[in-house]
Design a binder for this molecule. Structure first.
Ligand code: ADP
Length: 864
């Protein structure tokens, strides 16, 4: 370090504290990176690598690269996307006033879970950073979205604590997680975070240190909150740990986070990773797109806040009939009052992302544009309140009471001009007429510009030369003329600089003007900044009121969106109660229906209850619509529990605590487990966690193993689900094992349904209608034909099938020999095997001794 310049020593000292971050070190108009950071960043950001000390031998030079300060956001965003953290080191004093080395300090560490910049955030989704703290016998999770100030925590105890934690992590899908060692030892947690959610996952116990975490909790949320939760040690550790991490990275007081929302596992429907994925709630399985998901169908929100809230409603279906019915009643009113809905949605269009705007203002990174946008949004509030004035449903009546933030509007509009610039350090933000001194200085600056032009004209006239007045930071204003003309300049011209083609001069008059102008400019930017800062402070002081209104707008927007979808798609209001009945008449799949533009969706009824209809076994050919039918039932239940209307003629939904799905191939094949193993572990999880209030969607259980094994497992699972003393959960069970339909007569509460098809000649037509009774057959061959399998294979399949059905063949897959491929028919199974072996032989590579051995073996086989 000794050979380093003082600035480099300063850099190394700061960098030492942040080994895991890329350090953006402010030098004038650039953020520079050095050494390892420069090597990494130049590679990741495709920046040119340079060095400061070209004089030194190559091996001793310090690699460096930089990015302009005004466009740093896009570079930071790219580094975050690649999993890096970025520390921002600013000059903490004015370089012009600094004596010697400018002091510098870290002002913020930007990580994927702590960004607040608009350009780095996705508008329609929350951005969470979370902590997981696990200890023997329990665990807690805590999530924060610092762009909006949301802070949530939950604690779980008992043997399945980690299972609940997993589901919460899936629900909130954080961008970044800090987990303690014990949580990191849980393979599922690690896999979920790094492979599935793909978040930046850091392990460490530092932030969770009990005394420190408790202290963070107390000082942030106050003694009362601490006293109430003191016994929840894991929760205090998770929440305190997260606060401590946020303090370390944000370097601010975190005033924006003022409410701790505690929730327990009983408030929302729990959904595991597979179920969220299978039901395609917010993104599709294949392309991970919003298009094709339930959110895509339901989201007609007009504001970013409403969009985020609706997404979180879908991720958190409710369990309380009261809360659900409140939402349903509000949606119902908006569905029927078309005019109010239309006008509200029009009004909402004018509202910006107030949650994130106020977030930036509170964190000190907001600008005058953000203040103007807040005021502009709030100006739409009186109109919205007026529209709500006649509302009748509880929720809308309460929303009509929202604070319209008139003081904030008056304050901002009074001080800030209508279209302020992005920068807060260059003036131009304050409304003309607000501050006489600022107006005077602006006028001076304006006049001075005219004065420069006047001097240029008069100097041209006086000297008769081709000159112009220019400006740069080093010399200020200067008179420039070509060297060919610069010989006999007036005496008061002071030569300042000689360039290849021209020469530059200054005059006393020009200097005086310059001082006047620069002083005015400095003073005005300073005054403007102070006024802006003062206004931002005042707005900050009413941040809770702004956040509360923002939340009201988000709620209103989400309700309007549900109503708009319901009206456009002809949904009905479900009756939600505490019964165990699911009774859907003419239900449709919301997404398949929305995606099908040419064919009509065939509606179907569904009925399940805790008594006579606990389990529905659904049989029928592939492609007939079994899985669509089961998924639509699950989605209708879920939609009802978020307070949405549902795609059906009528629906009665008894509250469901969890929905479980076991559908299709999993994405876990990469983890080295076989399809069957994955399928069985999912079944195991379901049977372990389901309750009588759960809804189970099981598609083709047992498919991944041999027929008898598969059928045995499927039957046992079915019996377990149906049996009230074991599980007795409402279950839909699609299967190809027709033998299982016999269970309808053996176990109470089991009913058969099948997807009806019509046979026309050799073809099948899917009617998409689910009707009572078991399917008589699978129509597999017909479906294969439909899929384009070659005719000869179809023909052969039919022969084998009819032999199997008539009982002439006992063992699959070797049945009769093919008839029309020119081969001799042996008839018996051993002869068939011989024929197969003969066909497999390559005579060109067979040695005489191998041929002898083979002949011997074949003869022996024939004698058996
Ligand atoms: P299965 O699970 O029986 O193999 P799917 O549920 O996957 O069949 O349905 C196959 C296709 O049939 C779906 O992709 C969908 O486009 C269409 N489909 C299913 N149910 C209906 C329905 N009720 N109305 C119209 N089309 C349907």
């Amino acid at each position: 370090m000794a050979d380093n310049t003082p600035m480099m020593q300063q850099y190394l000292k700061i960098k030492q504290e942040l080994p895991d971050c890329i350090l953006f070190f402010r030098l004038g108009d650039f953020y520079e990176m050095f050494n390892e950071d420069a090597l990494t960043a130049s590679k990741e950001l495709e920046l040119t690598l340079t060095t400061r000390d070209r004089g030194k031998p190559e091996a001793e030079r310090t690699p460096m690269c930089g990015v302009p300060y005004h466009s740093y956001e896009s570079y930071v965003a790219r580094l975050l996307a690649k999993g890096y953290k970025v520390a921002i080191c600013e000059q903490t004093e004015d370089p012009a006033l600094a004596k010697g080395l400018v002091s510098r300090d870290i002002v913020r560490i930007i990580t994927p879970g702590t960004v607040i910049e608009q350009s780095m955030l996705e508008e329609g989704r929350q951005n969470y950073v979370c902590t997981v703290f696990a200890e023997a016998g329990g665990a807690a999770v805590c999530f924060a979205d610092i762009s909006t100030g949301e802070f949530l925590a939950a604690e779980f105890t008992g043997p399945d604590a980690m299972g609940h934690v997993l589901n919460e992590l899936v629900r909130y899908s954080p961008a970044e997680a800090i987990i303690n060692m014990q949580a990191a030892e849980n393979k599922e947690i690690r896999q979920l975070l790094t492979k599935r959610i793909k978040c930046l996952c850091q392990t460490g116990d530092g932030v969770f240190e009990p005394v420190g975490a408790a202290e963070q909790f107390r000082s942030h949320f106050g003694e009362d909150a601490y006293a109430k939760n003191e016994d929840k040690k894991n929760l205090i550790a998770a929440a305190g740990g997260l606060l401590s991490y946020l303090h370390d990275t944000q370097k601010t007081g975190l005033a924006h986070i003022d409410t701790l929302t505690l929730y327990t596992s009983g408030r929302f429907m729990e959904l595991d990773y597979q179920t969220r994925r299978n039901l395609e709630l917010t993104e599709t399985i294949r392309s991970k797109d919003k298009r094709g998901s339930l959110l895509w169908v339901l989201d007609k929100t007009r504001t970013a806040m409403g969009g985020r809230l609706l997404r979180s409603w879908i991720e958190k279906p409710l369990l309380s009939t009261n809360v659900i019915n409140r939402r349903l009643n509000a949606v119902a009113e908006l569905v029927s009052n078309t005019i109010m809905r239309g006008e509200l949605r029009e009004g909402l269009k004018a509202i910006d992302d107030m949650e994130r705007l106020i977030g930036r203002v509170v964190y000190g990174s907001g600008n005058a544009r953000d203040l103007a946008a807040l005021a502009g949004s709030a100006e739409a509030l009186p109109g919205i309140k007026k529209l709500l004035a006649g509302a009748k449903s509880d929720m809308l009546v309460e929303l009509a009471d929202m604070d319209e933030l008139a003081d904030m509007v008056a304050l901002v509009r009074d001080v800030i001009c209508a279209d302020p610039p992005f920068s807060v350090r260059e003036g131009g933000m304050i409304r003309k007429g607000y501050d006489p001194e600022i107006d005077r200085l602006h006028e001076l600056a304006e006049n001075a510009k005219g004065a420069v032009a006047a001097i240029e004209a008069s100097e041209k006239e006086r000297t008769g030369k081709k000159l112009r007045i220019g400006y740069n930071k080093v010399f200020g204003y200067y008179i420039e003329m070509p060297r060919s003309q610069s010989e006999d300049v007036p005496e008061d011209y002071i030569r300042k600089q000689t360039l290849v083609n021209c020469e530059r001069f200054i005059t006393q008059e020009l200097k005086e003007l310059e001082t006047q102008l620069l002083t005015a400019r400095d003073r005005v930017t300073d005054l403007e900044y102070r006024l802006f800062f003062d206004t931002a402070q005042k707005v900050t002081s009413i941040a809770p009121a702004i956040r509360s209104t923002a939340a009201d707008i988000a709620t209103l927007d989400a309700l309007c969106s549900l109503a708009e979808t319901a009206a456009k798609n002809n949904y009905c209001k479900p009756e939600v109660d505490v019964s165990d009945i699911i009774d859907i008449k003419d239900g449709r799949h919301p997404v398949v229906e929305a995606a099908q533009s040419t064919t009509l969706f065939v509606p179907n009824d569904a009925y399940l209850d805790g008594e006579n209809c606990r389990v529905t076994i659904i049989t029928g050919p592939n492609m007939a619509g079994k899985s669509t039918y089961m998924r639509q039932t699950a989605l209708i239940v879920l939609m009802a529990q978020i307070g949405s209307f549902v795609p059906a003629r009528s629906a009665r939904i008894g509250i469901t605590d969890r929905i479980f799905t076991r559908i299709g191939a999993s994405d876990d094949l990469s983890s080295g487990q076989s399809t069957f193993m994955v399928e069985m572990s999912e079944v195991a999880e379901i049977l372990k966690h389901a309750t009588r209030r759960s809804l189970l969607i099981l598609d083709e259980i047992g498919r991944g193993t041999s027929t008898f094994d598969g059928m045995a497992i499927a039957r046992a699972v079915l019996e377990y689900c149906a049996e009230p003393r074991k599980l007795g959960a409402r279950t839909m069970f699609a299967t190809h094992y027709h033998e299982l339909t016999a269970l309808e007569n053996e176990i109470s509460g089991v009913r058969n349904m099948n997807t009806s098809v019509k046979k026309r000649g050799d073809d099948v037509i899917f009617l998409r209608k689910i009707v009572p009774g078991g399917a008589d057959r699978s129509y597999g061959v017909e479906v294969a034909k439909l899929a384009g399998v070659p005719e000869s294979v179809i023909k052969r399949s039919k022969t084998i099938l009819s032999e199997l059905e008539s009982g002439t063949a006992q063992t699959a897959p070797v049945i009769s020999a093919p008839i029309d491929d020119g081969q001799i028919s042996f008839g018996s199974i051993s002869e068939n095997r011989i024929s197969e072996r003969l066909q497999a032989i390559d005579l060109n590579t067979l040695t005489p001794i191998e041929a002898m051995n083979l002949l011997f073996e074949l003869k022996k086989e024939l004698q058996q």
